[in-house]
Design a protein around this ligand. Sequence first.
Ligand code: CDP
Ligand code: CDP
Length: 219
Amino acid sequence: MQIAIDGPASAGKSTIAKLIAKNLNFVYCDTGAMYRTVTLLAKKHNIDYGDSSNILKLMNEHKIHFINKTDGQHVMLDDEDVSDAIRTEEITNNVSQVSAIKEVRTELVEMQRQMAGDINIVMDGRDIGTTVLPDADVKIFLIASVAVRAERRYKENIERGIDTSLDVLKDEIAARDYKDSHRKISPLKKADDAIEVDSSNMNIEQVVEQITKIINQKK
Ligand code: CDP
Ligand code: CDP
């Protein structure tokens, strides 16, 4: 069974996808982490975030993969655990430029399809239901208002000891949504057969419950 969860920034996709994968004993794949790792790769090598040929060259020279540890899935760039390094402001604010590059998407989409193979998987991102797994058994488009998403990210930052402004977070989230939904190649878009779940007024447990119901109906 393939479950696709797409939606805008900070809608709760990875939190929900991880819990659903754990409950169902499915593999989880965070495709956003892959685009973030390519962005980090460019940064490490001082390559411009719009330089498609050099970014592609770097992608061919390095390996992006996931490993499972007791505390969950970790993202690896070759032998280095980059799970934290890909979540910095610098990467978050530049990932949309890298993810708009056609060649980057072609390579990563191919890797994502190979990862999905014919196993039970929950994959989250922006184009899973439209492009990566167009035949997914369940497609969810998870949304929440910008204000709610910024507040959630704000709380998360406070817990991590990062001091941010709520207004700046709102602007950053809205800017990333705009870039992700207006790029030429597989923009953020609800698939025609996706079910929209608006989590603006729902906590994590309620979202998991609603999506689990949708999955059980499909089973
Ligand atoms: O977790 P958050 O909502 O901050 O974003 P993410 O899922 O980690 O994705 C980071 C960025 O990668 C997005 O803003 C998109 O630019 C890009 N992305 C994409 O283009 N396609 C995907 N399937 C997943 C992410
Ligand atoms: O993956 P995505 O960027 O869509 O979002 P996330 O990183 O899973 O969630 C962003 C934040 O919202 C996390 O701190 C979640 O714990 C929180 N969250 C929430 O408070 N209520 C929900 N219904 C979903 C997520």
